[in-house]
Design a binder for this molecule. Structure first.
Ligand SMILES: Nc1ncnc2c1ncn2[C@@H]1O[C@H](COP(=O)(O)OP(=O)(O)O)[C@@H](O)[C@H]1O
Ligand SMILES: [Mg+2]
Length: 410
Protein backbone atom coordinates (compact mmCIF):
# COMPACT_ATOMS: atom_id res chain seq x y z
CA UNK A 1 0.00 0.00 0.00
CA UNK A 2 2.85 2.36 0.93
CA UNK A 3 4.64 1.55 -2.33
CA UNK A 4 1.51 2.32 -4.30
CA UNK A 5 1.18 5.61 -2.46
CA UNK A 6 4.80 6.58 -3.23
CA UNK A 7 4.46 5.70 -6.93
CA UNK A 8 1.30 7.72 -7.10
CA UNK A 9 3.00 10.75 -5.57
CA UNK A 10 5.97 10.46 -7.97
CA UNK A 11 3.68 10.21 -10.97
CA UNK A 12 1.68 13.23 -9.89
CA UNK A 13 4.86 15.28 -9.48
CA UNK A 14 6.22 14.21 -12.85
CA UNK A 15 2.91 15.09 -14.50
CA UNK A 16 2.92 18.57 -12.98
CA UNK A 17 6.53 19.20 -14.01
CA UNK A 18 5.92 18.03 -17.57
CA UNK A 19 2.93 20.29 -17.93
CA UNK A 20 4.81 23.28 -16.54
CA UNK A 21 7.88 22.58 -18.66
CA UNK A 22 5.74 23.14 -21.74
CA UNK A 23 5.64 26.63 -20.23
CA UNK A 24 2.63 27.57 -22.25
CA UNK A 25 1.30 30.34 -20.03
CA UNK A 26 -2.20 29.80 -21.32
CA UNK A 27 -2.21 26.19 -20.13
CA UNK A 28 -3.29 25.46 -16.61
CA UNK A 29 -0.69 24.28 -14.11
CA UNK A 30 -1.24 21.70 -11.41
CA UNK A 31 -0.20 21.44 -7.83
CA UNK A 32 0.28 18.43 -5.61
CA UNK A 33 -1.27 18.94 -2.23
CA UNK A 34 -2.24 16.87 0.78
CA UNK A 35 -5.19 16.83 3.10
CA UNK A 36 -5.00 16.38 6.87
CA UNK A 37 -4.79 12.60 6.60
CA UNK A 38 -1.86 12.85 4.24
CA UNK A 39 -3.88 11.89 1.16
CA UNK A 40 -2.37 13.39 -1.99
CA UNK A 41 -4.43 15.37 -4.45
CA UNK A 42 -3.40 16.72 -7.83
CA UNK A 43 -5.43 19.78 -8.43
CA UNK A 44 -5.63 22.29 -11.12
CA UNK A 45 -4.22 25.60 -10.00
CA UNK A 46 -6.60 28.54 -10.58
CA UNK A 47 -3.74 30.69 -11.86
CA UNK A 48 -0.84 29.50 -13.99
CA UNK A 49 2.25 29.13 -11.80
CA UNK A 50 5.92 29.20 -12.72
CA UNK A 51 7.50 25.74 -13.03
CA UNK A 52 8.48 23.80 -9.93
CA UNK A 53 6.44 25.61 -7.34
CA UNK A 54 5.22 22.62 -5.40
CA UNK A 55 3.67 23.57 -2.11
CA UNK A 56 5.88 22.74 0.88
CA UNK A 57 4.61 19.65 2.69
CA UNK A 58 2.56 20.52 5.71
CA UNK A 59 2.63 18.16 8.72
CA UNK A 60 5.84 16.31 7.77
CA UNK A 61 5.39 13.76 10.62
CA UNK A 62 1.94 12.65 9.52
CA UNK A 63 3.11 9.88 7.21
CA UNK A 64 5.48 8.20 9.71
CA UNK A 65 2.79 8.55 12.39
CA UNK A 66 0.25 6.71 10.22
CA UNK A 67 2.77 3.98 9.42
CA UNK A 68 3.54 3.56 13.13
CA UNK A 69 -0.15 3.42 13.95
CA UNK A 70 -0.74 0.73 11.34
CA UNK A 71 2.22 -1.29 12.63
CA UNK A 72 0.92 -0.99 16.20
CA UNK A 73 -2.51 -2.15 15.12
CA UNK A 74 -1.06 -5.12 13.24
CA UNK A 75 1.03 -6.06 16.30
CA UNK A 76 -2.06 -5.85 18.53
CA UNK A 77 -4.03 -8.14 16.19
CA UNK A 78 -1.14 -10.60 15.90
CA UNK A 79 -0.74 -10.79 19.68
CA UNK A 80 -4.36 -10.98 20.59
CA UNK A 81 -5.73 -13.16 17.89
CA UNK A 82 -2.85 -15.55 17.35
CA UNK A 83 -1.14 -16.23 20.65
CA UNK A 84 -3.47 -15.52 23.54
CA UNK A 85 -6.73 -17.19 22.74
CA UNK A 86 -9.33 -16.45 25.38
CA UNK A 87 -11.76 -19.27 26.29
CA UNK A 88 -14.15 -18.47 23.45
CA UNK A 89 -11.14 -18.38 21.16
CA UNK A 90 -10.16 -22.03 21.68
CA UNK A 91 -12.45 -23.44 19.05
CA UNK A 92 -14.18 -26.77 19.49
CA UNK A 93 -12.31 -28.24 16.55
CA UNK A 94 -8.93 -27.53 18.19
CA UNK A 95 -10.14 -29.45 21.24
CA UNK A 96 -11.55 -32.24 19.05
CA UNK A 97 -8.25 -32.47 17.12
CA UNK A 98 -6.45 -32.93 20.44
CA UNK A 99 -8.49 -36.05 21.33
CA UNK A 100 -6.06 -38.48 19.61
CA UNK A 101 -3.12 -36.79 21.41
CA UNK A 102 -4.47 -37.00 24.98
CA UNK A 103 -2.02 -38.27 27.55
CA UNK A 104 -3.56 -41.52 28.74
CA UNK A 105 -0.41 -42.45 30.62
CA UNK A 106 3.33 -42.87 30.44
CA UNK A 107 5.67 -45.79 30.84
CA UNK A 108 9.17 -44.37 30.98
CA UNK A 109 11.66 -47.05 31.98
CA UNK A 110 14.54 -44.64 32.61
CA UNK A 111 12.87 -42.05 34.83
CA UNK A 112 12.87 -43.85 38.18
CA UNK A 113 10.51 -46.04 40.18
CA UNK A 114 7.03 -45.67 38.76
CA UNK A 115 3.76 -45.35 40.68
CA UNK A 116 0.57 -44.86 38.72
CA UNK A 117 -1.96 -42.80 40.63
CA UNK A 118 -5.50 -42.13 39.46
CA UNK A 119 -4.47 -39.00 37.60
CA UNK A 120 -0.67 -38.67 37.83
CA UNK A 121 2.16 -40.96 36.85
CA UNK A 122 4.82 -40.60 39.53
CA UNK A 123 8.50 -41.41 39.17
CA UNK A 124 10.86 -41.45 42.15
CA UNK A 125 14.60 -40.95 41.81
CA UNK A 126 16.11 -40.94 45.30
CA UNK A 127 15.07 -37.67 46.92
CA UNK A 128 13.31 -36.38 43.81
CA UNK A 129 9.79 -37.04 42.58
CA UNK A 130 8.58 -36.37 39.04
CA UNK A 131 4.81 -36.07 38.72
CA UNK A 132 3.35 -36.26 35.22
CA UNK A 133 -0.25 -35.09 35.13
CA UNK A 134 -2.12 -37.22 32.60
CA UNK A 135 -5.41 -36.28 30.93
CA UNK A 136 -7.26 -39.04 32.81
CA UNK A 137 -10.48 -38.04 34.54
CA UNK A 138 -11.35 -40.05 37.61
CA UNK A 139 -14.85 -40.19 39.07
CA UNK A 140 -16.60 -42.84 41.14
CA UNK A 141 -13.02 -43.98 42.03
CA UNK A 142 -12.26 -45.10 38.50
CA UNK A 143 -10.97 -43.65 35.24
CA UNK A 144 -13.95 -42.47 33.23
CA UNK A 145 -12.37 -40.74 30.24
CA UNK A 146 -9.38 -38.85 28.88
CA UNK A 147 -10.01 -35.15 28.49
CA UNK A 148 -7.88 -33.01 26.10
CA UNK A 149 -5.79 -30.35 27.90
CA UNK A 150 -7.01 -31.48 31.33
CA UNK A 151 -3.49 -32.34 32.54
CA UNK A 152 -2.23 -28.97 31.40
CA UNK A 153 -5.08 -27.15 33.15
CA UNK A 154 -4.51 -29.02 36.42
CA UNK A 155 -0.79 -28.42 36.36
CA UNK A 156 -1.19 -24.71 35.59
CA UNK A 157 -3.69 -24.37 38.39
CA UNK A 158 -1.48 -26.21 40.89
CA UNK A 159 1.40 -23.96 39.90
CA UNK A 160 -0.77 -20.86 40.35
CA UNK A 161 -1.81 -21.90 43.85
CA UNK A 162 1.58 -23.08 45.05
CA UNK A 163 3.03 -19.77 43.95
CA UNK A 164 0.25 -17.89 45.76
CA UNK A 165 0.64 -19.80 49.03
CA UNK A 166 4.35 -20.52 49.45
CA UNK A 167 4.67 -17.55 51.83
CA UNK A 168 2.28 -19.17 54.32
CA UNK A 169 3.06 -22.86 53.91
CA UNK A 170 6.16 -24.53 52.44
CA UNK A 171 5.62 -26.97 49.57
CA UNK A 172 7.63 -29.66 47.76
CA UNK A 173 7.95 -28.02 44.35
CA UNK A 174 11.32 -27.55 42.64
CA UNK A 175 10.43 -26.86 39.00
CA UNK A 176 7.92 -27.18 36.17
CA UNK A 177 9.93 -28.52 33.19
CA UNK A 178 6.81 -29.08 31.04
CA UNK A 179 3.21 -27.76 31.16
CA UNK A 180 2.18 -31.21 32.48
CA UNK A 181 5.09 -32.02 34.78
CA UNK A 182 6.12 -31.08 38.31
CA UNK A 183 9.51 -31.93 39.74
CA UNK A 184 9.77 -31.79 43.51
CA UNK A 185 11.10 -33.31 46.66
CA UNK A 186 10.17 -36.91 47.37
CA UNK A 187 8.37 -36.76 50.71
CA UNK A 188 7.15 -39.32 53.18
CA UNK A 189 3.37 -38.82 52.87
CA UNK A 190 1.40 -38.26 56.08
CA UNK A 191 -1.40 -40.80 56.03
CA UNK A 192 -4.08 -38.27 57.00
CA UNK A 193 -5.82 -36.07 54.43
CA UNK A 194 -6.90 -32.69 55.72
CA UNK A 195 -10.27 -31.69 54.29
CA UNK A 196 -11.32 -28.12 55.04
CA UNK A 197 -14.95 -27.10 54.62
CA UNK A 198 -16.36 -23.60 54.71
CA UNK A 199 -19.93 -24.67 53.82
CA UNK A 200 -22.16 -27.60 54.69
CA UNK A 201 -22.89 -29.51 51.52
CA UNK A 202 -22.50 -32.78 49.62
CA UNK A 203 -24.78 -35.54 48.43
CA UNK A 204 -22.93 -38.82 49.00
CA UNK A 205 -23.84 -41.00 52.00
CA UNK A 206 -20.77 -39.86 53.98
CA UNK A 207 -20.94 -36.16 53.08
CA UNK A 208 -21.22 -33.56 55.85
CA UNK A 209 -24.70 -32.48 54.74
CA UNK A 210 -26.08 -36.05 54.59
CA UNK A 211 -24.80 -36.73 58.12
CA UNK A 212 -26.19 -33.40 59.40
CA UNK A 213 -29.56 -33.86 57.69
CA UNK A 214 -29.92 -37.23 59.48
CA UNK A 215 -29.39 -35.47 62.83
CA UNK A 216 -25.62 -35.84 63.23
CA UNK A 217 -24.10 -32.75 64.85
CA UNK A 218 -20.54 -33.94 65.27
CA UNK A 219 -18.74 -33.88 61.94
CA UNK A 220 -15.15 -35.11 62.19
CA UNK A 221 -14.87 -33.89 65.79
CA UNK A 222 -16.52 -30.49 65.06
CA UNK A 223 -19.79 -29.75 66.83
CA UNK A 224 -22.11 -27.89 64.47
CA UNK A 225 -24.96 -25.57 65.52
CA UNK A 226 -28.64 -26.41 64.99
CA UNK A 227 -30.67 -25.03 62.12
CA UNK A 228 -28.17 -25.07 59.27
CA UNK A 229 -29.56 -25.18 55.74
CA UNK A 230 -28.00 -27.17 52.93
CA UNK A 231 -25.12 -25.25 51.28
CA UNK A 232 -25.06 -22.64 54.03
CA UNK A 233 -21.79 -21.09 55.12
CA UNK A 234 -20.46 -22.49 58.38
CA UNK A 235 -19.83 -20.10 61.30
CA UNK A 236 -16.13 -20.89 60.71
CA UNK A 237 -14.27 -23.35 58.48
CA UNK A 238 -13.89 -26.86 59.90
CA UNK A 239 -11.40 -29.66 59.30
CA UNK A 240 -12.78 -33.14 58.66
CA UNK A 241 -9.75 -35.43 58.38
CA UNK A 242 -9.78 -38.76 56.55
CA UNK A 243 -7.30 -41.59 56.36
CA UNK A 244 -5.26 -41.55 53.16
CA UNK A 245 -6.40 -44.76 51.54
CA UNK A 246 -3.98 -47.25 50.05
CA UNK A 247 -4.21 -47.61 46.27
CA UNK A 248 -7.78 -48.48 45.26
CA UNK A 249 -9.28 -48.23 48.75
CA UNK A 250 -11.82 -45.63 49.86
CA UNK A 251 -10.80 -42.90 52.31
CA UNK A 252 -12.37 -43.23 55.76
CA UNK A 253 -13.50 -40.42 58.08
CA UNK A 254 -11.42 -39.89 61.22
CA UNK A 255 -11.60 -37.66 64.29
CA UNK A 256 -8.55 -35.90 65.76
CA UNK A 257 -8.83 -38.22 68.79
CA UNK A 258 -8.61 -41.29 66.54
CA UNK A 259 -5.63 -39.80 64.69
CA UNK A 260 -3.73 -39.42 67.96
CA UNK A 261 -4.86 -42.80 69.33
CA UNK A 262 -3.79 -44.60 66.17
CA UNK A 263 -0.43 -42.85 66.31
CA UNK A 264 -0.91 -41.36 62.83
CA UNK A 265 0.29 -37.98 64.15
CA UNK A 266 1.59 -36.49 67.39
CA UNK A 267 -0.49 -33.73 69.03
CA UNK A 268 2.09 -31.20 67.91
CA UNK A 269 2.02 -32.42 64.30
CA UNK A 270 -1.79 -32.37 64.30
CA UNK A 271 -1.71 -28.74 65.48
CA UNK A 272 0.76 -27.80 62.78
CA UNK A 273 -1.19 -29.53 60.01
CA UNK A 274 -4.45 -27.95 61.20
CA UNK A 275 -3.01 -24.47 61.23
CA UNK A 276 -1.41 -24.92 57.78
CA UNK A 277 -4.66 -26.30 56.38
CA UNK A 278 -6.76 -23.42 57.75
CA UNK A 279 -4.26 -20.80 56.55
CA UNK A 280 -4.12 -22.34 53.08
CA UNK A 281 -7.91 -22.45 52.93
CA UNK A 282 -8.20 -18.82 54.08
CA UNK A 283 -5.77 -17.74 51.35
CA UNK A 284 -7.64 -19.82 48.76
CA UNK A 285 -10.95 -18.23 49.80
CA UNK A 286 -9.45 -14.74 49.59
CA UNK A 287 -7.82 -15.18 46.16
CA UNK A 288 -10.87 -16.95 44.68
CA UNK A 289 -13.20 -14.27 46.07
CA UNK A 290 -11.35 -11.61 44.10
CA UNK A 291 -12.46 -13.51 40.99
CA UNK A 292 -16.06 -13.87 42.16
CA UNK A 293 -15.56 -17.51 43.09
CA UNK A 294 -16.26 -19.33 46.36
CA UNK A 295 -13.77 -21.98 47.44
CA UNK A 296 -16.30 -24.24 49.17
CA UNK A 297 -14.13 -27.09 50.40
CA UNK A 298 -10.82 -28.66 49.55
CA UNK A 299 -8.36 -31.39 50.43
CA UNK A 300 -4.70 -31.04 51.44
CA UNK A 301 -2.02 -33.70 51.64
CA UNK A 302 1.15 -33.18 53.65
CA UNK A 303 4.46 -35.00 53.85
CA UNK A 304 7.90 -34.90 55.46
CA UNK A 305 10.80 -33.75 53.29
CA UNK A 306 14.07 -35.72 53.49
CA UNK A 307 15.17 -33.01 55.96
CA UNK A 308 12.13 -33.72 58.17
CA UNK A 309 10.19 -30.54 57.41
CA UNK A 310 6.39 -30.76 57.02
CA UNK A 311 5.32 -29.45 53.59
CA UNK A 312 2.14 -29.52 51.54
CA UNK A 313 2.42 -32.08 48.71
CA UNK A 314 0.39 -33.24 45.69
CA UNK A 315 -1.96 -30.59 44.20
CA UNK A 316 -3.95 -27.82 45.85
CA UNK A 317 -7.14 -25.90 45.02
CA UNK A 318 -7.73 -27.71 41.71
CA UNK A 319 -11.17 -28.78 40.46
CA UNK A 320 -10.06 -32.37 41.19
CA UNK A 321 -9.42 -31.66 44.86
CA UNK A 322 -11.87 -28.85 45.59
CA UNK A 323 -15.40 -27.62 45.12
CA UNK A 324 -16.00 -24.13 43.68
CA UNK A 325 -19.22 -22.12 43.41
CA UNK A 326 -20.03 -18.89 41.60
CA UNK A 327 -20.34 -16.11 44.20
CA UNK A 328 -22.69 -13.79 42.28
CA UNK A 329 -25.66 -16.17 42.33
CA UNK A 330 -24.95 -17.95 45.63
CA UNK A 331 -27.13 -15.91 48.04
CA UNK A 332 -30.12 -15.76 45.73
CA UNK A 333 -30.06 -19.46 44.96
CA UNK A 334 -29.60 -20.35 48.62
CA UNK A 335 -32.63 -18.22 49.53
CA UNK A 336 -34.69 -19.95 46.83
CA UNK A 337 -33.56 -23.42 47.88
CA UNK A 338 -31.70 -23.98 44.60
CA UNK A 339 -28.30 -25.64 44.29
CA UNK A 340 -25.39 -23.18 43.84
CA UNK A 341 -23.70 -22.91 40.45
CA UNK A 342 -20.80 -25.31 40.43
CA UNK A 343 -17.45 -24.95 38.68
CA UNK A 344 -15.91 -28.39 38.71
CA UNK A 345 -15.80 -31.84 37.24
CA UNK A 346 -19.43 -32.51 38.13
CA UNK A 347 -20.29 -31.89 34.49
CA UNK A 348 -19.23 -35.32 33.21
CA UNK A 349 -20.39 -37.04 36.38
CA UNK A 350 -23.88 -35.56 35.89
CA UNK A 351 -23.96 -36.57 32.23
CA UNK A 352 -23.06 -40.15 33.23
CA UNK A 353 -25.71 -40.16 35.96
CA UNK A 354 -28.28 -38.98 33.36
CA UNK A 355 -27.24 -41.94 31.24
CA UNK A 356 -27.74 -44.43 34.04
CA UNK A 357 -24.15 -44.74 35.26
CA UNK A 358 -23.47 -44.25 38.96
CA UNK A 359 -20.23 -46.12 39.38
CA UNK A 360 -21.20 -49.75 38.71
CA UNK A 361 -21.08 -51.73 35.49
CA UNK A 362 -19.94 -50.62 32.09
CA UNK A 363 -19.25 -46.92 31.42
CA UNK A 364 -21.55 -45.68 28.59
CA UNK A 365 -19.82 -44.44 25.43
CA UNK A 366 -19.21 -40.71 25.86
CA UNK A 367 -19.80 -38.63 22.68
CA UNK A 368 -17.03 -36.37 21.38
CA UNK A 369 -19.07 -33.23 22.10
CA UNK A 370 -19.37 -34.17 25.76
CA UNK A 371 -15.60 -34.74 25.97
CA UNK A 372 -14.96 -31.34 24.34
CA UNK A 373 -17.45 -29.67 26.65
CA UNK A 374 -15.67 -31.18 29.64
CA UNK A 375 -12.41 -29.63 28.38
CA UNK A 376 -14.17 -26.28 28.11
CA UNK A 377 -15.40 -26.58 31.69
CA UNK A 378 -11.86 -27.23 32.91
CA UNK A 379 -10.49 -24.27 30.95
CA UNK A 380 -13.29 -22.01 32.17
CA UNK A 381 -12.61 -23.15 35.73
CA UNK A 382 -8.93 -22.29 35.34
CA UNK A 383 -9.66 -18.88 33.88
CA UNK A 384 -12.42 -17.99 36.33
CA UNK A 385 -10.48 -19.04 39.38
CA UNK A 386 -7.05 -17.67 38.49
CA UNK A 387 -8.12 -14.71 36.34
CA UNK A 388 -5.50 -15.81 33.77
CA UNK A 389 -5.88 -16.81 30.14
CA UNK A 390 -5.27 -20.48 29.46
CA UNK A 391 -2.66 -21.00 26.77
CA UNK A 392 -3.33 -24.44 25.33
CA UNK A 393 -0.39 -26.33 23.88
CA UNK A 394 -1.90 -28.56 21.22
CA UNK A 395 -0.01 -31.44 19.66
CA UNK A 396 1.57 -34.68 20.75
CA UNK A 397 1.82 -34.41 24.54
CA UNK A 398 3.88 -37.55 25.13
CA UNK A 399 6.73 -36.62 22.78
CA UNK A 400 6.78 -33.04 24.13
CA UNK A 401 7.12 -34.36 27.69
CA UNK A 402 9.83 -36.80 26.64
CA UNK A 403 11.79 -33.93 25.12
CA UNK A 404 11.33 -31.66 28.14
CA UNK A 405 12.42 -34.40 30.55
CA UNK A 406 15.67 -35.27 28.74
CA UNK A 407 17.70 -33.88 31.65
CA UNK A 408 15.98 -36.20 34.10
CA UNK A 409 16.48 -39.53 32.33
CA UNK A 410 18.85 -41.89 34.14
N1 LIG B 1 6.13 -34.74 47.05
C1 LIG B 1 5.54 -35.92 47.15
N2 LIG B 1 6.16 -36.95 47.77
C2 LIG B 1 5.56 -38.16 47.85
N3 LIG B 1 4.34 -38.44 47.36
C3 LIG B 1 3.67 -37.46 46.74
C4 LIG B 1 4.22 -36.16 46.61
N4 LIG B 1 3.33 -35.37 45.96
C5 LIG B 1 2.28 -36.16 45.69
N5 LIG B 1 2.46 -37.41 46.15
C6 LIG B 1 1.58 -38.57 45.97
O1 LIG B 1 1.61 -38.87 44.59
C7 LIG B 1 0.35 -39.28 44.13
C8 LIG B 1 -0.10 -38.34 43.01
O2 LIG B 1 -0.78 -39.01 42.02
P1 LIG B 1 -2.35 -39.13 42.00
O3 LIG B 1 -2.75 -39.47 40.62
O4 LIG B 1 -2.95 -37.95 42.64
O5 LIG B 1 -2.51 -40.43 42.91
P2 LIG B 1 -3.72 -40.97 43.78
O6 LIG B 1 -4.53 -41.84 42.91
O7 LIG B 1 -2.98 -41.74 44.84
O8 LIG B 1 -4.46 -39.76 44.30
C9 LIG B 1 -0.57 -39.21 45.32
O9 LIG B 1 -0.70 -40.50 45.86
C10 LIG B 1 0.14 -38.29 46.29
O10 LIG B 1 -0.15 -38.61 47.62
MG1 LIG C 1 -4.71 -37.64 43.93
Amino acid sequence: MIKYYQNYTKLARRYTNQLSSLSDISRPTFEVTKDLLGKTFVRRHPHPQPRGTLRPQKLPLLRPAIVLLLLGWAYFLYNNLTFNPSPEMIPRDVIAQQIPHVLTGTNFTNLGTRYEGKVRDNYTQGQRRILITSDRLSAFDRIIANIPFKGQVLNAMTQFWFENTKDICPNYIESYPDPQVIVGKECKPIMVEMIVRGYITGSTSTSAWTVYAKGGRNIGGNVLPEGLKKNQRLPMPIITPTSKAAHGDHDANLTPAQILEQGLLTAEQWEKLSSYALMLYARGVEVAARQGVILVDTKYEFGFTPEGEIVVIDEIHTPDSSRFWIAATYEERLAQGQEPQNINKEFLRLWLADHGYTGEGEIPAIPKEIICETTEKYIQAYEMITGKTFEAQPGDVLSRIEKNLTLYFI
